[in-house]
Design a protein around this ligand. Structure first.
Ligand SMILES: *Cc1c(COP(=O)(O)O)cnc(C)c1O
Length: 233
């Protein structure tokens, strides 16, 4: 792809984000290779994805299914891992099961079972994170602490879904220390599930503004939109 102001900007933003991830990992005494960068390209044009891809980015996150499907079907020539990070609804599970590598926002056994049944067996199991709601306000969705263990246990038995870990999003209005407390709580919940014999290796947490706090608390996927692609309109 030809250099353009957009691709130069995205390349530069990606370099900065990778540096922030390295610095945060270093500060937390963690290995940078444990932390994946998910580029959140929701609402952004195909050219933005191609530019990030040209800079070596391979994992992309999308929230809106229609928008995502257009990009996925146009970009089949690129070796992209697509992550669905939006709200899972019954009428979306088939397209998610057929077109994505990961789903981050699972919050019900009903949706997990549908995804399991609809995942084409020719594909590898769909990687999944359960979204946990650890903020006071519940507008963001996700399961409560109490329902987490039974859901994780049931999901672990599904063949075409591979439960990998937990995802959380702190209330963006809350203070930095409250956000960090949410990330810490999420990691503690993951450790409790591991203690119960559920295999998990993933914590999907941290966005453009709070990736440092999330990495300090053990994030293995940071989901970054604005800091790579600019403000969304
Ligand atoms: C939009 C979005 C992001 C990216 O947020 P930025 O602040 O733009 O980095 C991450 N995760 C989810 C679930 C999102 O919806």
């Amino acid at each position: 792809m030809k250099p353009s102001p957009l691709s130069d900007l995205i390349a530069q933003n990606l370099r900065q984000i990778r540096q922030r991830i390295r610095d945060a990992a270093h500060g937390a005494g963690r290995n940078t290779t444990e932390i994946g960068l998910l580029a959140v390209s929701k609402t952004k044009p195909m050219e933005a994805i191609e530019a990030a891809y040209a800079s070596g980015q391979r994992a992309f996150g999308e929230n809106y299914l229609q928008d995502a499907m257009e990009k996925i079907t146009q970009l089949t020539n690129l070796d992209i891992d697509w992550h669905f990070i939006g709200k899972v609804q019954s009428n979306k599970t088939k397209a998610i099961a057929e077109n994505f590598h990961w789903v981050h926002g699972l919050a019900s056994l009903k949706h997990a079972r549908r995804l399991d049944a609809q995942r084409p067996t020719a594909l590898a199991p769909l990687n999944a994170c359960i979204q946990v709601n650890l903020s006071q306000q519940d507008s963001k969705g996700g399961v409560s602490e109490e329902t987490l263990l039974p859901l994780a246990q049931s999901m672990s038995t599904l063949k075409n879904i591979r439960l990998r870990g937990l995802m959380t999003m702190p209330d963006p209005e809350s203070s930095a220390s409250e956000q960090q407390a949410v990330f810490r709580k999420c990691r503690q919940l993951q450790e409790q599930l591991i203690d119960k014999g559920i295999f998990l290796d993933t914590l999907s947490m941290g966005m453009s503004k709070d990736l440092e706090a999330a990495i300090a608390e053990g994030a293995t996927w940071v989901r970054i939109g604005t800091a790579i692609f600019g403000q969304r309109s």
